[in-house]
Design a protein around this ligand. Structure first.
Ligand code: BV8
Length: 225
């Protein structure tokens, strides 16, 4: 039974209308990473950070999954139990597109985390820093997002999947952020066939055996068909 591991990044949601991070007009052009995507930034100005994620949660709630999200959900149905989607994205467009096995290694906009007891609960559309944790009541709500310097979620399980992968496909990610950018090397070492699907070569593009270049809505649907 072959195993297909798919890593997605902001590029798969771009055609749904969610800006990516590193495009000229992208998220990191509007905000300093240090201010909105690090624990230090959150400690310095929790309102700025919570507002940054409130705005992205609202935007993500107003857009629809695109053909690429739906194609991956179809692939999961066609190859039941053999396709794992690991996403760096914090939107829920994979799930809205019908995907089931989605691992949000960088967290999720729709989840809130208690900084005091690690309890998680569905995030309100508008979160305020200091919202009480429903479990321990501490005023310690924060976005359930993996910031720079924090350990991504489910790493052991992800590495187990990569060890068994027959195919590893990276879709719409610039290959700038680790450890996700290192997954292609892990998959190759374990003998997987590696495919990069992107508008252009990523920072780790030269490590992929195959490249399919173009917008995700076209190249992912072509690949799944
Ligand atoms: C950690 C928060 C350790 C969520 C984000 C080496 C090894 C390990 C770590 C490091 C290392 N070197 C440096 C580090 C530290 C750091 C890092 O990688 N820094 C980089 C900048 C050098 N990594 C970390 O800090 C990670 N943590 O390693 O912890 C540790 C160990 C023990 C104990 C504790 C800790 C944490 C990384 C996660 C950080 N959080 N964001 C959020 O706000 O959304 S990262 C941020 O970048 C997002 O999560 C995003 O998902 C991620 C990757 O970006 P992309 O998805 O690739 O988006 P981008 O805009 O860059 O690119 C879009 C792509 O799409 C482009 O290629 C474009 O061509 C393409 N595209 C566009 N349109 C389309 C398209 N493709 C197809 N079709 C289209 N239509």
């Amino acid at each position: 039974m072959s195993k297909i591991i798919i890593l997605t990044g902001a590029g798969i949601s771009a055609e749904s209308g969610i800006e990516t991070f590193r495009a000229e007009d992208g998220l990191w052009a509007q905000h300093r990473v240090e201010d909105v995507a690090t624990p230090e930034g959150f400690a310095r100005d929790p309102n700025l950070v919570v507002d940054f994620y409130n705005a992205r949660r609202k935007q993500a709630s107003e857009v629809m999954p695109n053909a690429a999200h739906k194609a991956l959900a179809k692939l999961q149905k066609d190859y039941d139990g053999q396709v794992v989607i690991v996403t760096q994205n914090v939107d829920d467009l994979h799930e809205q597109g019908g995907a089931s096995e989605v691992m949000h290694m960088h967290g999720a906009l729709n989840s809130a985390l208690c900084a005091a007891c690690d309890h998680r609960w569905p995030a309100p559309m508008v979160m305020a820093p200091g919202d009480p944790c429903p479990k321990c009541r501490a005023p310690a709500a924060r976005p359930d997002i993996v910031w720079f310097g924090e350990m991504p979620y489910d790493m052991e399980l992800i590495f187990d999947h990569l060890a068994e992968a027959d195919i590893f496909a990276a879709i719409g990610t610039s290959g700038n952020v680790y450890p996700a950018a290192g997954f292609v090397a892990d998959a190759r070492r374990n003998g997987a066939h590696t495919i990069e699907m992107n508008l252009e070569r990523s920072a780790v593009g030269n490590q992929f055996a195959e490249h399919r270049t173009g917008p995700a809505t076209r190249i992912v649907t072509d690949w799944v068909e």
